[in-house]
Design a protein around this ligand. Sequence first.
Ligand code: FES
Length: 431
Amino acid sequence: MTVNPLSWADPDPVAPALRLVPDLPLPPDPLGADVLPPEASLDQEVLVRRVVPLTHDVVQVVLEPTRPGGVAFTPGQYLTLGVEVDGRHVERCYTISSPPTRPHLLSLTVKRVPDGEVSTYLHDRVRPGDRLQVTGPLGGFSVAEHPSRRYLLLSAGSGVTPTLATLRTMADLAELEATGSALDVVVVHSARTPDDLVARAEVEALAATHPGLRVHWVCETDGAPDRSGPWSGPRGRLTADLLRAFAPDVADREVFTCGPPGYMAAARLLLAEVGADPARCHEESFVLGTAGAPAAAAAAAAAAAQGAAEGAAPAASSRADAAGTEGEVEGHLLAAPAPSAPAPVATSVTFARSGCEVACPAGTTVLAAAEQAGVRLPSSCAEGMCGTCKSTLLSGRVEMKHAGGIRPREIAQDKFLPCCSTPDGDIVVDA
Ligand code: FES
């Protein structure tokens, strides 16, 4: 899944509904107060503990932080994971599918992407004892930031991972018990076949033992005969009638939607049709594109592909409105695209900690300048959405065209996103 939660609205922060277990290392501001945890709070090596197959094309990678004390995050946040693939450093974003109530082991749920460099690496090559580099946690797509007693969690394909983290958190915190203050949560997940339902047994067991949780699966077609076989539940794609039946009180619910772009576009229309409150709808999407493809093309291809492949509803979107909370953001690697016809006027970009200075042709992003200078900046979406590349501007000005990957208060603290920023005169960057 993005740092830009693509919320339809950004309601005023209020006190959190979810409690935190007392021994979690807390960020400096209270949970739910519209904050991101401190940058690079988990910028460290992690140890691979287990790689567990979950479905025919999804594995769970269990990671142990190498620093003591556990990791603070909120359900729905993601990590940027860096691996060396054939001598190249490649980064992708993955949702933390384990709950923050279990801060000493982090789980990532990784779908194999055809030709995906990182997912293939995690499926085929990574072994217990290996070390990986992670940065985060990132993102604000979290029920903890939008307190409510009633939630509707919509997802498709790999978009189930924030839902998994959320349900595990709520169950661990006893927020789904049969008490007057319990949460009321409806989950609706769409998949291509029942073979593609990730953690189905676990989620159904939670629903069977927690009165506050109802779960509905929607599958396009049957599973393979040697796997799940025929599907007897709702078949096809999510419709307004199904949504009304699953959550007749949708207008009173905080709605979180996560899936590939085609699904997101369709879900937006469905939610409007059934009367969801736009101010209470939050969404996050992801792109499973092709390495090397331009971002917009990757997103468009992903939208079309995912519509068919991930049980998404129709109306695939062609806008690059997503970064990877789950799955890979292929094609959005370290380098931002260089301008096709650079203007002759160059500015100077100095990377203070690296001791490098490079001439930056007009229109060139700071991320591209960094790559040119041999300075490695973490990045993922390369479009100002995910926040992975967030850096500090020590002097000078930049023109930044971000897509929600940075918050106003961070900009006020001289943070910026190099992937979508061009220098406005000479600048010095803390990198
Ligand atoms: S790499 Fe995603 S915001 Fe810069």
